[in-house]
Ligand binder design. Structure first.
Ligand SMILES: CC(=O)N[C@H]1[C@@H](OP(=O)(O)OP(=O)(O)OC[C@H]2O[C@@H](n3ccc(=O)[nH]c3=O)[C@H](O)[C@@H]2O)O[C@H](CO)[C@@H](O)[C@@H]1O
Length: 369
């Protein structure tokens, strides 16, 4: 990371609502603070935001009562619009009081009010879209953004009207990028001599994947592998109880993991949802993956994300409909018992990674503010 730059800015990063917005926002915030800039991260009152923020005590977070956008003619629309109006006034006040120079929105409706307020206050505004296709919120946010940043090349084509669109990758937190001397196997109490399968489902878990994996544990046991399963806070107890029935399978089950760097370092293969941040981390750590897109994600964007990795040979795409215990076991065996294939996938994943994405974004913020 670079040293303190000459002119110190105050940057407002709107990144609430889900880990997929929060962690890339944190990554940019970390780089800017290390360079001596002031950063305020706006998050929502959702539990996941508080869990994620609790691992980053060095950064300044502010909670805002953001509301999800209801259907156009829903009676909830009145409450939504008045909440939005209040949010905008609050954001304009924060921008003026803190003398904010730049507003960066990391996606979702939670970033609309800050971004719009930034535009009204005549500050520099940027948005980041990490998925292969932009969400509704970012399509709208783009109208108020001076610069549109895309995580993946595939996304660029969705902003044909915008005059400043740049592909910068999706940032990975600096805590993940620093080399740690800690032994990840000891960290999770796992066996160094065994192949490790990581199961993860985005910041809030993945029920469909959790359940099928539960039915595949006997086959994993027969393969002689070990499993690190991040179940998500909602499903944790159910998943833990299923694993308890397989005491001879080496395992570590957690509700949430604050050290995903450790998880990626032990993983020889991951079964994961295809959320953009998880994927950028899998690429960064060169972990081959079986991606099972969340079938109800807006505009099926997780399938589009997974297709990018599958096309490059970094992952295999499996739909939630097609997976069962046998399909999953075969797919795992096919990669874990085939070192050449695993190595090719690892290399392909590494090739996709944009290692300095957070620095690229910080540079654009600072140079052009
Ligand atoms: C269901 C859904 O629509 N999810 C979307 C949501 O992401 P969602 O938050 O579900 O998932 P992502 O994969 O993008 O991000 C998960 C993040 O949480 C972190 N993590 C996860 C589990 C854990 O125990 N510890 C931990 O730190 C991961 O390291 C990663 O940084 O926003 C993303 C960005 O727009 C989209 O790509 C996803 O499709």
């Amino acid at each position: 990371m670079k040293s303190k730059s000459k002119k110190s800015l105050h940057v407002l990063i709107a990144c609430g609502g889900t880990g997929g917005h929060l962690f890339p926002g944190i990554a940019v915030g970390e780089v800017l603070s290390a360079r001596g800039h002031e950063v305020t991260l706006l998050i929502s009152e959702k539990k996941i935001d508080s869990i994620a923020a609790s691992g980053h005590k060095d950064l300044r977070f502010e909670k805002m009562p953001f509301l999800a956008m209801p259907k156009p003619w829903s009676p909830k629309m009145i409450g939504f619009l008045s909440g939005l109006w209040k949010g905008m006034s609050q954001c304009r006040k924060i921008i003026r009081d803190k003398n904010v120079s730049v507003v960066l929105g990391m996606g979702g409706f939670t970033s609309f009010a800050p971004l719009y307020a930034g535009k009204k206050e005549k500050r520099r505004t940027l948005i980041h879209e990490s998925n292969a296709i932009p969400g509704k919120a970012n399509k709208l946010n783009a109208r108020y953004a001076d610069t549109v940043l895309c995580g993946l090349d595939a996304c660029k084509a969705f902003f044909p009207q915008h005059s400043d669109v740049r592909v910068v990758g999706t940032p990975v937190r600096s805590s993940m990028r620093t080399t740690s001397k800690e032994d990840p196997y000891e960290f999770f109490k796992l066996d160094k001599t065994k192949k490790t399968l990581l199961i993860m489902g985005g910041s809030q878990g993945a029920r469909g994947v959790n359940r099928v994996v539960g039915m595949t544990l006997e086959q994993f046991e027969r393969m002689g592998i070990q499993v690190l399963h991040i179940a998500g806070p909602t499903d944790y107890e159910e998943v833990r109880d299923v694993y308890a029935k397989h005491p001879t399978l080496p395992q570590h089950v957690a509700a949430f993991c604050h050290r995903m760097d450790m998880a990626y370092r032990v993983a020889d293969l991951a079964i994961a949802r295809s959320g953009a941040s998880s994927m950028s981390e899998l690429a960064y750590f060169g972990v081959p993956s079986l991606l099972v897109p969340y079938p109800f994600a807006a505009d099926d964007h997780q399938t589009r994300n997974a297709e990018v990795f599958a096309k490059e040979g970094a992952a295999r795409l499996l739909t939630e409909k097609e997976i069962n215990a046998d399909v999953l076991a075969d797919a795992v065996r096919d990669i874990l018992m085939n070192p050449k294939k695993a190595e090719e996938m690892k290399r392909a994943a590494n090739k996709i990674a944009v290692r300095n994405s957070a620095e690229k974004i910080a540079d654009l913020i600072v140079k052009e503010a």
